[in-house]
Design a protein around this ligand. Structure first.
Ligand SMILES: NC(=O)c1ccc[n+]([C@@H]2O[C@H](COP(=O)([O-])OP(=O)(O)OC[C@H]3O[C@@H](n4cnc5c(N)ncnc54)[C@H](O)[C@@H]3O)[C@@H](O)[C@H]2O)c1
Length: 329
């Protein structure tokens, strides 16, 4: 692997999913650094499109960018929107997200996360760009993976259709790197949280329940652990990967510090200044008992070093949550 400029002013970057939670934070960073960003997003209603438009408005405070409202799973629409365009880097974050809802809509997840990714890889290998970064997930690991989860782990048995589509996306990337010489980096994000977090994700969902005096449903006995990662640390990891060249690499991006579910709720109660009413339910077979990343490779190659401790990140999340009008959820 060698390095070349990535976050330099003027670099043309195509960012899919840039109206979403992680994508909009990344877009703010990229636009603020003066790169030429094109955001591609279909603004679908998996959660409120109004929230996604508000995310884009916040990005625009950093500077200008182009926007393409396109469904990546619609091959014709995708090809005509990107026909003749070239970019230095494609950062692909658009996806149908969430473990549980992938059980209800597996075909939709397959269409967007596989067909959509394949459509972009096809455009890339036909000359749109050589450098491809995929937003992957800790969900590619399964119950059989040994902790801390290493990129070297061969036993990958995802527990949900979502996890399978993410792993298959990585495999498609590998194949296109091998066949056509694309330079691909897959970044496995672990339980990302922070301001503008998706409303379906656990910290945001629990905060809403606490605020509304509704019960907070905990699956299992509360001892399951998640490697929660503050969104700015994820953005640091993605931007550190921009200059990498080389055929195919996979990196974990996480905090490396798993937090038990019950402790997370306790710290969230503290951050919001309000107690939670707990309701316990049996654990679900799609849920991982724990996630815990080995960050050795990301540290060594990307210089990745997560900076935001969980309590600090929760305080920033709570400040954002408190300042967000309740109608916005
Ligand atoms: N948030 C996390 O904890 C987490 C963890 C692991 C991996 N990831 C991955 O990171 C990426 C971003 O996740 P997020 O939490 O910001 O989710 P998000 O839903 O907020 O963002 C995804 C964006 O992609 C767009 N999109 C979805 N389907 C599309 C389509 N067919 N065409 C065009 N755009 C489409 C959505 O409108 C949305 O704006 C995803 O690839 C996700 O799988 C997220």
């Amino acid at each position: 692997m060698t390095s070349s400029p990535g976050l330099s002013p003027g670099t043309p970057i195509l960012l899919t999913g840039g109206a979403g939670f992680i994508g909009s934070h990344l877009a703010e960073r990229l636009v603020g650094a003066g790169t030429r960003v094109t955001i591609l997003d279909d603004l679908n209603d998996a959660y409120s499109a109004r929230l996604k438009r508000e995310n884009l408005r916040q990005v625009s405070e950093q500077g200008s960018f182009d926007f393409l409202q396109v469904d990546i799973a619609n091959t014709d629409e995708l090809q005509s929107a990107l026909s003749g365009k070239t970019y230095e880097i494609l950062i692909h974050l658009a996806a149908r997200t969430g473990v549980r809802s992938s059980l209800a809509q597996p075909l939709l997840y397959e269409r967007v996360n596989l067909q959509g990714t394949l459509g972009l890889l096809e455009l890339a290998r036909r000359g749109m760009c050589r450098r491809f970064i995929l937003g992957s997930s800790s969900s590619v690991y399964g119950r059989t993976s040994r902790a801390p989860f290493s990129e070297e782990e061969n036993r990958l048995d995802p527990l949900s259709p979502y996890g399978v589509t993410k792993l298959a996306g990585e495999k498609l990337c590998y194949c296109f790197a091998h066949l056509y010489g694309l330079e691909v980096t897959c970044l496995r994000f672990f339980s990302v949280y922070g301001p503008r977090q998706r409303p379906d994700l656990v910290i945001h969902k629990f905060a809403r329940a606490i605020e509304d005096n509704c019960p907070v449903t905990l699956f299992g006995d509360g001892s399951s652990r998640r490697d929660y990662t503050y969104v700015d640390d994820i953005v640091d990891g993605i931007t550190a990967a921009l200059p990498l060249t080389g055929r195919f690499e996979v990196f974990n991006l996480a905090s490396g510090n798993p937090i038990p579910l019950k402790r997370m709720v306790h710290l969230l109660e503290k951050a919001l200044g309000k107690p939670a009413r707990l309701r316990m339910q049996e654990t679900h077979s799609a849920d991982m008992p724990f996630t815990h990343a080995d960050l050795g490779k990301a540290a060594a190659v990307l210089g990745y070093a997560p900076k935001v401790p969980f309590e600090e990140g929760l305080a920033r999340f709570a400040a954002w949550f408190r300042g967000t009008p309740r109608t916005a959820g």
